[in-house]
Ligand binder design. Structure first.
Ligand SMILES: [Zn+2]
Ligand SMILES: [Zn+2]
Length: 217
């Protein structure tokens, strides 16, 4: 899991609409008792940085067998979609919009909360990393793709982007400008990866762009 600021959590509009309190989610009911589950956002430190990128969702009904055993919200969303619910953030272009912003494919969305701007959909991020899917639109990228990186080459969100999707992200998200981020074009060979990908363990990689030698400072 990346601990870095990411595209999904840092713009003023996104921060304004970030979920910071528990929210009842009737669209994601408890599979045991059928009552709405409650979404619990990641804790936010005094500096406004969220600890982790996964909201939990759990049942709060006393005596329910699953009470107090929250799941990652992206997993509850995926299960609901597999059971026939609408995918509120499907792959494709143009992107669905909320709060005046395009919603990236790796941002979990529930009907009760809208986009969870501070969250990352771990399974989608893992797929993006494994299959070179674009983090913004969820569609496949070419062998060369864009990355949005900070001055040290660290990806803000460790996954590829299409050139036009990177442009969109840079245009609408103040996050990259605050991080003095830029877009680079890379192949897999130019990415230093750290960590492993194991969705079951909520593990994804952290990516860093290897500067070409001529551009070294
Ligand atoms: Zn329950
Ligand atoms: Zn894209």
């Amino acid at each position: 899991m990346t601990g870095r600021p990411d595209l999904a959590g840092r713009s003023p509009a996104q921060a304004r609409h970030a979920v910071t309190e528990p929210v009842a989610c009737p669209d994601l009911p408890c599979p045991d008792c059928g009552r709405p589950r409650y979404l619990q956002p990641p804790e936010v430190g005094p500096d406004g940085t969220a600890h982790g990128t996964t909201s939990g969702i759990g049942c709060a009904t006393i005596d329910c067998p699953t009470a107090g055993l929250p799941l990652p919200v992206w997993l509850a969303i995926d299960r609901a979609v597999a059971a026939g619910a609408a995918d509120l953030c499907p792959a494709g272009r143009p992107r669905p919009r909320a709060h005046g912003l395009p919603v990236p494919w790796v941002t979990p969305v529930t009907r009760a909360t809208g986009p969870l701007w501070r969250d990352l959909h771990t399974a989608r991020l893992a797929r993006a990393q494994l299959e070179s899917l674009c983090q913004v639109c969820g569609l496949g990228c070419d062998r060369r793709f864009s990355l949005i990186v900070d001055p040290h080459g660290h990806c803000l969100t460790s996954a590829p982007l299409h050139e036009e999707c990177a442009r969109l992200a840079l245009a609408v998200c103040p996050a990259p400008s605050r991080a003095r981020a830029r877009t680079v074009t890379a192949t897999r060979a130019q990415i230093h990866t750290r960590g492993d990908i194991a969705v079951e363990l909520a593990m994804t990689q952290t990516w860093r762009y290897k500067e070409p030698r001529s551009g070294a400072t």
